[in-house]
Design a protein around this ligand. Structure first.
Ligand SMILES: Cc1cc2nc3c(=O)[nH]c(=O)nc-3n(C[C@H](O)[C@H](O)[C@H](O)COP(=O)(O)OP(=O)(O)OC[C@H]3O[C@@H](n4cnc5c(N)ncnc54)[C@H](O)[C@@H]3O)c2cc1C
Length: 401
């Protein structure tokens, strides 16, 4: 078998890359170790700018949230941010990812499900991947979209030790539309629990059309050294108990099908090499404050497709040419990710004040939700946010509890 491009991994990064390449008339194969549709542990929350950039995902949206309620760690402060316009879109990853694969196939990509890539070989004039069934696929270039523990990154010496991770637990549980309306209203309000149970991260509750998605995530780099280690499973059980106490879940809500997963939270130094490019989680494109990565996966897949289509035309897929991929993603979203990374350690610090300020200063809240929701760029609004934080802190100083 021979294709101009082999895309390894059919998550949002891989399907997007394959779709754009196929639309450019490039012979491309998209390979995934799973048969599709497949489950993927995820919150499935999409900031609205995902649909703005990729309007074709609209039919794949499960539900829309028009607001969020944020609790401080002690539950003492609670901030309501409810609006007329959508705040966050919700997807079911099984359907969303399958829909994206189908769009890539419709554009002309070949899909091979249930095939694991076990080796990648890069030569001067071509490349190849070896599948677990013994088949070899020859190609001009390989795109590694195979997630956190990327085989492509490993075999092409682009991976580094994964020290900076977010460790997560997530559960997606059916609820009736009547129950969902009762607990989360027709506006499908999302709930965020900052430093839930004291973790250096947060807990979330995303109500969807026929189910609720609940999870917790802890940023390892933000855990204070003095903090005693608590197994995340214990924290999750305690979190569910709090949700019941707050009357956000029925008393008989079960903990089942709980899944664990890890996320890399800083981009790799090099996301390209001779005849290879990495996208999405494989490249470490995760928002280091929220843990969200679908937007960056799709955006990097789109950028990779553009660069590779150009490289195929000029028959140049050497490292020097592919370096423009890194320049483009850096310009597109990389600066924001790196800047946000500097604030990642804030998760380990006192978050009470932030939630208190949210409740007391509307403009501060708008900036925070605009940035975390992806509607405004952090690098552009960083100074405005810092100034507003200082102003809100000063104002708050004179307010009695
Ligand atoms: C608990 C949790 C909650 C999250 N919540 C959100 C959220 O609310 N919003 C958001 O935007 N992001 C969220 N994320 C992050 C998001 O899930 C990822 O950023 C996103 O899935 C990255 O897409 P991807 O295409 O790079 O990789 P993936 O979606 O991980 O896809 C990788 C694919 O590669 C395949 N694969 C792996 N190895 C091989 C191999 N050797 N051969 C062939 N195929 C292979 C896998 O089967 C998989 O299908 C969350 C993550 C977790 C863990």
């Amino acid at each position: 078998m021979k294709y101009d491009v082999v895309v390894v991994g059919a998550g949002p990064a891989g399907s997007t890359a394959a779709k754009y390449l196929a639309e450019n008339g490039v012979p491309v194969v998209l390979i995934d170790k799973a048969e599709f549709p497949r489950e993927k542990p995820c919150g499935g929350g999409l900031p609205t700018h995902v649909q703005k950039r990729f309007p074709y995902i609209k039919p794949l949206i499960d539900s829309i949230s028009y607001g969020s309620i944020t609790y401080s760690s002690s539950l003492r402060y609670k901030h309501d941010f409810i609006r007329e316009k959508p705040l966050l879109m919700h997807v079911l990853r099984k359907d969303f990812d399958n829909g994206l694969v189908n769009l890539a196939i419709k554009a002309g990509a070949t899909f091979l499900g249930g095939k694991t890539v076990i080796d990648v070989s890069i030569k001067q004039n071509n490349a190849s991947v070896l599948l677990d069934d013994g088949q070899t696929i020859e190609t001009e270039v390989v795109i590694g979209c195979d997630g956190t523990r990327s085989v492509v990154a490993d075999k092409t010496n682009l991976s580094k030790a994964l020290e900076t991770l977010c460790i997560t637990l997530v559960q997606e549980q059916p609820l009736t539309p009547k129950q969902l309306d009762k607990y989360f209203t027709k506006k499908r309000l999302d709930y965020l629990f900052i430093k839930a149970q004291g973790i250096a991260g947060y807990g979330w509750v995303f109500p969807k059309k026929n189910c609720v998605n609940i999870g917790i995530g802890e940023f390892q780099s933000a855990i204070p050294k003095s903090k005693p280690k608590t197994p995340l499973r214990e924290t999750y059980d305690a979190f569910i108990a709090v949700l019941k106490e707050e009357e956000l879940l029925p008393e008989d809500f079960p903990i089942e099908n709980l899944k664990g997963a890890v996320l890399p939270i800083f981009p790799l130094e090099n996301t390209y090499g001779d005849r290879v490019i990495l996208c999405g989680d494989a490249a470490g494109f995760i928002n280091p404050i929220t843990g969200e990565g679908i937007y960056y996966a799709m955006a990097s897949g789109q950028i990779a497709a553009t660069v590779i289509a150009d490289g195929l035309k000029t028959k140049d897929l050497r490292k020097q040419f592919l370096s423009r991929y890194q320049i483009l993603w850096n310009k597109d979203f990389g600066k924001d990710l790196k800047l946000l990374g500097r604030f990642n350690n804030q998760w380990g610090k006192n978050s009470e004040k932030i939630v208190r300020l949210l409740t007391r200063d509307k403009k501060f809240a708008q900036l925070i939700f605009g940035i975390t929701g992806g509607q405004i760029s952090f690098s552009k609004y960083k100074n405005a946010l810092i100034l507003r934080f200082i102003y809100a802190s000063f104002k708050n100083f004179f307010i009695k509890e």
